[in-house]
Design a binder for this molecule. Structure first.
Ligand code: NAD
Length: 244
């Protein structure tokens, strides 16, 4: 048994990177955990892997209902599924904006809408959204991605206000550059991935990337009863990047 024993959690995008680290840590602390992912094959036992696309409302409703049925309810929702985009406003055509906003913002709206009726039945209800320091840092070449995460930050604050009196807490984490398969894919696309990784590490104030486990620890804290009075907060896990 652990501090989360008896709690039931759902993690979107939980088959890779930050989501997988979070799902495993939640399970390690005693929660029963379901994962919703386009490809749930990365989420092995004891995680309950369910296939769903956060861009498809029917698929989300089915996935959330199935998770709640198999786990016997829901206490924790981690809205983590997200995709990246690079470029200035001149680089991304409308269809790319619509795609990234659909996954990163509406994806969280759809899962939250489907999960709220279940969360209302919980006495420890919490939603944690994976945002990014891109929401506030003004990063170059990240207009679309930053706008999507800015929306996630505002959504988090608005939902915290809307649901506080129902006993549902809503917070987000703002990771800096985290060492996940996503960043691995970006590095692999470079001419010299090893040199690119060294340069990326050197740009970090701590000389290294944030680990997925470190971001997961912050998400699990915000989801846990230890954070019972914490709502409407953005917790940066960025190795000191925010202040630069
Ligand atoms: P990742 O690519 O390793 O994992 C993302 C997971 O989301 C994958 O399993 C993928 O299948 C799933 N997913 C993508 N689109 C989906 C959809 N439409 N429906 C269901 N599942 C879907 O990425 P990661 O680095 O772990 O990123 C997770 C979250 O962390 C994202 O929201 C991202 O914006 C955020 N984030 C990442 C970093 C970073 O540096 N890695 C920094 C800040 C924020």
């Amino acid at each position: 048994t652990g501090e989360l024993t008896g709690l039931r959690a759902l993690v979107t995008g939980g088959a890779s990177g930050i989501g997988l680290a979070t799902a495993r840590l939640l399970a390690g602390r005693g929660a029963s955990v379901a994962v919703l992912d386009l490809d749930p094959s990365g989420a092995s036992a004891p995680l309950l892997g369910l296939k769903a696309d956060v861009c498809d409302d029917a698929s989300v409703r089915e996935g959330v209902a199935e998770a709640a049925r198999r786990l016997g309810g829901l206490d924790i929702l981690v809205n983590n599924a997200g995709i990246g985009a690079q470029g200035t406003v001149e680089d991304n055509p409308d269809h790319q904006w619509q795609r990234v906003l659909d996954v990163n913002v509406l994806g969280m709206v759809r899962t939250s809408r489907a999960a709220l009726p279940h969360l209302r039945n919980s006495s420890h209800a919490a939603i944690v959204n994976t945002c990014s320091i891109a929401a506030t840092a003004g990063l170059p070449q990240r207009a679309l991605y930053s706008a999507s995460k800015g929306a996630v930050l505002s959504l988090t604050l608005a939902m915290a206000a809307d649901h506080v009196r129902e006993g549902i807490r809503v917070n987000c984490v703002n990771p800096g550059t985290a060492d996940t398969p996503w960043v691995g894919r970006l590095l692999d696309a470079a001419d010299d991935p090893e040199a690119e990784r060294a340069a990326l590490n050197a740009r970090q104030p701590m000389g290294r990337l944030v680990s997925a486990d470190e971001v997961a620890a912050a998400i699990v804290y915000l989801a846990s009863p230890a954070a019972a009075s914490v709502t409407g907060t953005a917790l940066a896990v960025d190795g000191g990047m925010q202040g630069l």
